[in-house]
Structures are given as structure tokens and as C-alpha cells.
Design a binder for this molecule. Structure first.
Ligand SMILES: C[S@@+](CC[C@H](N)C(=O)[O-])C[C@H]1O[C@@H](n2cnc3c(N)ncnc32)[C@H](O)[C@@H]1O
Length: 271
């Protein structure tokens, strides 16, 4: 299929997407951008890329829709189990140990770049299962993809999407119907789905655990560093950061300490 974007247009869109979201399109994934923009032009019944560019620059909602259309939302329940083993066996015991000193009994978690919700629901199931009283938890789940957030908010997953969830969790946290599985209200009430662009400060503070997995890979170094610095601000004195298992802060100037547990590697804020 013929390219939609000229070189100049590609640069124009690449720049605006980067400025707005941190997502970097290189020449090698130009065809992805091309095909996603083609679809938007068709949906908006516009003839030229220039008209569409004008539209996103003058209409915030279309800018959001365009950004949504260029995101990659691949995810699944219990993605990379070693992270959840480290959460259960290392992070939670340490967070509780620290909380004992302060009397605070709420564990605050952020799933940043949560896509369609499988990651925050996985965390929620685990915490609902393992936290001893009086400890409780709250999860903020955020993304720039409104389409994905809506799926998370509905908490409904067809049979094809529930692979990886242990049977006892399925029985305890979901209700089955003929089309798939609905997350139970109790568990849903622990998660707040929110539109948030990692380009900006979320305003959250004192978080105990942040998951930002398989998001930084779409950013260049500068956007990665800015995001990581904002996590530092949002996190409490003794807190933990999970990034994707193929991602790393190696070579980045950051105050996070690398932590190698028996289960997985993660980062720690000790301040
Ligand atoms: C591949 S998914 C990862 C989902 C989940 N964290 C996981 O590991 O399975 C990446 C998500 O990051 C989101 N994302 C990309 N850029 C973002 C930004 N600037 N702010 C917030 N979310 C962003 C995308 O919309 C997408 O849903």
C-alpha cells in the first residue's frame, strides 16, 4: 500500500506525538504511524494529512483520539509472573515492615500505563489475597488510551483474555456469564481508572509501589528520564518501582537503587 505521509508530514506528526506523549516513532515503525493515521482520516472523512494535522492542533479531543490511536496496548493478566512473585515475597513484606513504624495501614499503588486493566486487576487480586489485616490497598490505574481505560473500567473480559488467572482467583474475583468474565464489584472498588499522560505530573504523592511496565520502551531517553523523575516525586520514602523486564534504568542518572530479589529485578526509592 502506498505511503500516506510524505517525509515532511512524517516529521510533523512524529514531533507532535513526541511532544504530547513522549512516544517516539522511528523510521522503522513509520508504517505503523502511517496506517493508524490513514484510519483516522477515513473515520473523519478528511482528504489530506494537512487537514487532519490542522484538526488535531485545534481540537483537544481529536488530539487525544489521535494519541490513543498510536498507542500499543498489548497486555495480559499476570504478565511476567516473576514480578508478582517479587511483589508477594519481597515488596509487600518490606512495605508492611515500614508501615508498622508509621501506623499507616493503606498501601498505595499506581499502575502507570495500565492499558485495558489486566495489570491493575492482577495486582488487586494478589493484594486482596495476601494482605493481612489491618492492611488495605488502593490502586490508581492510568493511561492515555481512553479506549483502553474504558475496558478497564468495565472490568469485563471475554474468555480469550482470561488466560493466566489462577482458577481460585477466577472463582473468587469474577462472575462468569455466557460471554466472559466480569470482575466483582468489591475488587473493582479498589481501583480508580484515570486518564493521565505521563508527560505531566500526576499530582500523586507518597505512593508505596509503582508499576510502569512496557511503557518506557516507547519513549526516547529524555522522555524516559523525565517520567522516572516524576515517579520519584510521586513515591514515598521507602517505595518500589517495577518497570518492564526488558526495560532498564541502566546508564540513567537517577536516585533509584537497583534491587535484585530472588524473583525479579526492580527499583527502590530509599530516601
Ligand atoms: C504495552 S502497554 C503496557 C500495559 C501494561 N503496563 C503491561 O505491561 O502489560 C503500554 C501502555 O502505555 C500507554 N502509554 C503510552 N504512552 C503513554 C503516556 N505518555 N502516558 C500514559 N500512558 C501511556 C499506552 O497507551 C499503552 O496502553
Amino acid at each position: 500500500m502506498a505511503d500516506l505521509l510524505t517525509d515532511a508530514e512524517f516529521d510533523m506528526f512524529r514531533k507532535v506525538i513526541y511532544d504530547e506523549s513522549g512516544i517516539t516513532f522511528s523510521a522503522t515503525n513509520r508504517s505503523i504511524l502511517d496506517s493508524r493515521l490513514k484510519e483516522r482520516l477515513r473515520e473523519k472523512q478528511l482528504a489530506t494529512v494537512a487537514e487532519y494535522y490542522h484538526l488535531i492542533m485545534s481540537n483537544k479531543d481529536e488530539m487525544k483520539t489521535m494519541l490513543d490511536s498510536v498507542t500499543t496496548n498489548l497486555t495480559r493478566f499476570f504478565r511476567n509472573q516473576p514480578h508478582f512473585d517479587a511483589l508477594i515475597h519481597y515488596v509487600i513484606p518490606h512495605v508492611i515492615e515500614n508501615k508498622k513504624k508509621t501506623g499507616d495501614t493503606t498501601i498505595r499503588v499506581w499502575s502507570a500505563g495500565c492499558s485495558t486493566g489486566e495489570e491493575p486487576y492482577t495486582i488487586a487480586m494478589i493484594l486482596a489475597d495476601i494482605l493481612p489485616p489491618p492492611y488495605q490497598f488502593q490502586i490508581i490505574a492510568s493511561d492515555i488510551s481512553l479506549k483502553s481505560l474504558m475496558v478497564g473500567q468495565q472490568g469485563f473480559y471475554p474468555d480469550s483474555r482470561i488466560a493466566g488467572i489462577p482458577q481460585n482467583y477466577l472463582d473468587r474475583f469474577f462472575t462468569k456469564n455466557d460471554k466472559g468474565y466480569q470482575v466483582n464489584k468489591d475488587l473493582m472498588s479498589k481501583i480508580r481508572f484515570d486518564y493521565h499522560n505521563l508527560r505531566n505530573d500526576s499530582g500523586a504523592r507518597n505512593l508505596d509501589i509503582v508499576f510502569c511496565r512496557n511503557v518506557l520502551i516507547y519513549f526516547d531517553e529524555a522522555a524516559q528520564k523525565a517520567t522516572i523523575d516524576r515517579f520519584w516525586e510521586a513515591m514515598g520514602a521507602h517505595s518500589y518501582l517495577f518497570i518492564g523486564h526488558s526495560e532498564s534504568l541502566f546508564g540513567m542518572e537517577t536516585k533509584f537503587e537497583f534491587l535484585k530479589t530472588d524473583w525479579a529485578c526492580l527499583y527502590q526509592k530509599n530516601a
